[in-house]
Design a protein around this ligand. Structure first.
Ligand SMILES: Cc1ncc(COP(=O)(O)O)c(C=O)c1O
Length: 440
């Protein structure tokens, strides 16, 4: 395969979340993928340690998903889902509720995680209004949370670089404190011991704003984009209890933890917590076609199903909500997950993964290692005056050595496809060990 592009072909595409000028001086290009590997434009195989961008849970170019997309595009390319329907979208929704946590009987389709978040936030406010509690409009996020890049998502989100350039953001938002505490929890295996009391921060915000003004709390079960922040033991359960006590909806943003990442179909299953709304995307179609889904309980859905039959119940939706090709991709993806046991496979691999993760402790600049399910993070002490530089340098070196990792801040994050074998886990950590030992 020889499709190398010239540098001067790279100008037109303004790349997202990328140092454009740096990238275009030394581009890193993938031209093909299969299973656990990418192929670069110079013909090298690169082991995918990040499932693309936390989304290719079943590995790359899976034949069933490819075939489903091809045949759907040829049979029915597009059909509106506003006042019209097509069978594939109903089939996809039914299959999804069958693997969802108990009580999640309805699905609203979007095209991305960001859109799932906006949809969930609007649903939460509209739900309370439909129930006669129109003053419940405030939204509570969490410091270091990532909920996509649209205005609602960056408002409830808590990553400063995603917020500071974009004005005053939405009104009526507050934030819980984040749960990351290296002084007490460094090198924890799985859920850290300390920090359950941070869930009580919600009581502080209720005391400040009053529960009668608060619609919902949104949190990621594991805050992955901000560097894999794993919730302390008992934290999510306590947060859910406080929400229930005050009639505040709990939205779990499972754009990454959905579809098997933790060894259970959803993070809600893993942590034994029953939220009201679950947002998803990414693994829903194995990353192949953009699609998101918001799962809601009957309590939420049914609150909208009143008034005359001919009136639209929820004035919201996207042109591509439940697009036929995306629906076909979702169905084929779910069938692949189910046939191969991928929604629970991470639970089998997790102990081995944990051992190999923590085998990296003691390597230069490593100040923390964390793991849960098939996710891992290595936190590095920041280079003096140059935060993020060390992790980025290791990401580039790893790529050159045949491994894709994700650098986020001073953290190297790992989340390989759920089809990874033990010997590929060994290969991943052998490369990473070398990189951590040698990179500057
Ligand atoms: C928890 C969470 N929510 C929302 C998003 C946004 O998803 P998208 O990039 O598909 O808009 C992400 C993406 O990483 C995410 O991790």
């Amino acid at each position: 395969m020889n499709v190398r592009l010239k540098t001067n072909d790279l100008e037109a595409f303004w790349m997202p979340f990328t140092a454009n000028r740096q990238f275009k001086k030394a581009p890193r290009m993938f031209v093909a993928a299969e299973g656990m590997h990418y192929t670069t434009d110079d013909g090298r195989k690169v082991l995918d340690g990040t499932s693309g961008l936390w989304c290719v849970n079943a590995g790359h170019c899976r034949p069933r998903i490819v075939a489903a997309i091809q045949s759907q595009a040829a049979a029915l390319d597009f059909a509106p889902t506003f006042q019209m329907g097509h069978p594939k979208v109903f089939e996809a929704a039914s299959k999804l509720v069958n693997i969802a946590p108990p009580g999640f009987n309805h699905v609203f389709f979007t095209n991305s995680g960001s859109e799932s978040v906006e949809t969930a936030l609007k649903m939460a406010i509209a739900y309370h209004r439909a129930k006669g509690n129109a003053a419940k409009v405030r939204l509570i996020g969490r410091e270091r949370g990532y909920h996509g890049v649209n205005f609602g998502g960056i408002s409830v989100g808590g990553i400063v670089s995603n917020r500071k350039m974009f004005g005053a953001l939405m009104a009526g938002i507050d934030h819980l404190r984040h749960t990351h505490d290296l002084s007490r929890n460094a090198f924890s295996r799985g859920e850290p011991e300390h920090g359950i009391e941070l869930a009580d921060d919600l009581e502080r915000l209720v005391a400040l704003h009053d529960a009668s003004t608060i619609a919902a709390v949104i949190v990621e079960p594991v805050a992955c984009s901000a560097g894999v922040l794993i919730p302390p033991k008992g934290y999510l359960k306590r947060l859910a209890e406080i929400c229930a006590k005050h009639d505040i909806l709990l939205i779990m943003d499972e754009v990454i933890t959905g579809f098997g990442r933790l060894g259970t179909p959803f993070g809600a299953d893993y942590f034994g917590v029953s939220p009201d709304i679950i947002t998803t995307a990414k693994g829903l179609t194995n990353g192949v076609i953009p699609m998101g889904a918001v799962f809601v309980t009957s309590k939420i859905h049914d609150a909208f199903m009143n008034g005359p039959d001919h009136v639209i119940e929820f004035f919201h939706g996207y042109t591509y909500s439940g697009n036929p090709v995306a629906s076909a991709a979702a169905i084929a993806t779910l069938e692949t997950y189910q046939e191969e046991g991928l929604l629970t496979r991470a639970a089998e691999l997790a102990p081995y993964w944990e051992e190999r993760m923590h085998g990296l402790s003691g390597l230069p600049h490593v100040i923390d290692i964390r793991n849960i399910g098939l996710i891992g993070a290595i936190e590095l002490d920041p280079a003096p005056g140059e935060p993020t530089k060390r992790a980025y340098a290791r990401f580039v070196t790893a790529f050159e050595q045949g491994l894709l990792v994700r650098a986020t801040g001073d953290v190297i994050a790992l989340s390989p496809p759920l089809i990874i074998t033990k010997s590929q886990i060994d290969e991943l950590f052998d490369i990473l060990t070398k990189v951590l030992k040698t990179a500057k």
